[in-house]
Design a protein around this ligand. Structure first.
Ligand code: GDP
Ligand code: MG
Length: 337
């Protein structure tokens, strides 16, 4: 099947216009890792005259990793930082990946909605469906408050009838199992030799409900070790609609720090829906925090409590579903999105 390359090119031009000066390049790559279309940003950084060649060289090392994940079918959306560039990868239907290369100082938050939108359009172009290559202006750059409000809105984008996307974040001390929980939920896999994540990884996953037409799509932001930097944390925690506060039932100090996480998250995302999770219940003989203590804390914070094991998978789906149901109650039934 032939793809409308002119349309892909037009779309990239629109994308460049909206993303602005921090864009180094934008590429559309097929499943085999072949560049279908590429466009250079206004920055001249390291990109040669041969746009496709130059940009490919830039993206190559990262792309190899990403296409591996992509061909395994588990890939959704992700970001990846190197010293000089930030990458946003968005799955664009079954055929393609949309790659954005940004200046290392660029903020991903305001660009992410555009990337997401462009990826949806690219998927349609590959499908041969009619779609306009125009990327509309989603917000004006100068008015910060306006941006925040619009991003808020965008996180509740009604993708198709009955489908909603929300930013989900995870709070809690290092090593409690946040990344493992997300991986278990997204890929249903548990790795014992799990390397702590570099940068923030963003994944998406849908929750379906039997007997309900609504679908909740979580865009899960998983932050790695650099959580100690307040500046990074604000971007990560801000504008989130849903969050999971995790502690490790075998480490009392992770339980004691949970309220601190609660307060910090509430400070930047005051309307967020949260749940409390006590993880690692498979380590029964090492448990030091009791079920009742977990419930008591959750009650004090006015939140629901659930205990999980990312290792065995116990209650992992239920934890996310619990949150998804809260989202449905809060947005789908009460607000016109
Ligand atoms: P994070 O820092 O909160 O993201 O924690 P990770 O997901 O990286 O997990 C830290 C360590 O705990 C890793 O060695 C995991 O394999 C392990 N781990 C995570 N969840 C569980 C669990 O439910 N049970 C057990 N036994 N180990 C877990
Ligand atoms: Mg982690």
């Amino acid at each position: 099947m032939s793809v409308d390359r002119d349309k892909l090119e037009a779309l990239l031009k629109w994308y460049k216009q909206e993303v602005g000066e921090n864009l180094i390049a934008a590429l559309i790559v097929n499943r085999e890792g072949l560049v279908m279309s590429a466009l250079k940003g206004s920055l001249d950084q390291d990109v040669e005259e041969d746009v496709i060649g130059g940009v490919s060289a830039l993206v190559e090392p990262v792309l190899t990793r990403i296409t591996e994940e992509f061909s395994s079918g588990s890939f959704g959306t992700g970001t990846f930082d190197t010293e000089e560039q930030r990458f946003i990868f968005c799955e664009a239907g079954p055929e393609a990946i949309f790659v954005t290369v940004l200046n290392s100082i660029a903020m991903v938050d305001p660009i992410f909605p555009y990337a997401y939108l462009a990826a949806e359009k690219i998927a349609r172009i590959f499908d041969g469906r009619t779609v306009s290559p125009v990327i509309p202006k989603l917000f004006t750059e100068k008015e910060t408050t306006k941006i925040e409000r619009k991003i808020d809105k965008l996180q509740q984008i009604k993708i198709q009838s009955g489908e909603y996307a929300f930013k989900l974040i995870l709070g809690g001390e290092g090593g409690v199992g946040k990344t493992s929980m997300v991986h278990r939920f997204v890929e249903d896999a548990f790795q014992t030799d799990y390397k702590s994540t570099i940068g923030t990884s963003i994944m998406k996953k849908e929750c379906d409900f039997q007997g309900l037409e609504s679908k909740v799509r979580f865009v899960i932001w998983d932050l790695a070790g650099q959580a100690q930097f307040k500046r990074v944390r604000q971007t990560y925690l801000g504008n989130a609609e849903a969050g999971i506060l995790v502690f490790d039932v075998t480490r009392k100090e992770t339980f004691d720090k949970l309220e601190k996480w609660f307060n910090e998250i509430k400070e930047v995302s005051s309307t967020i829906s949260l749940i409390v999770v006590g993880n690692k219940i498979d380590l029964e003989d090492q448990r030091v925090v009791l079920l009742e203590q977990g419930e008591e804390l959750a009650e004090k914070l006015n939140l629901s409590y659930i205990e999980t094991s990312a290792k065995t998978g116990e209650n992992i789906n239920d934890a996310f579903k619990m949150l998804a149901l809260q989202m449905i109650k809060r947005f789908v039934f009460t607000e016109e999105v």
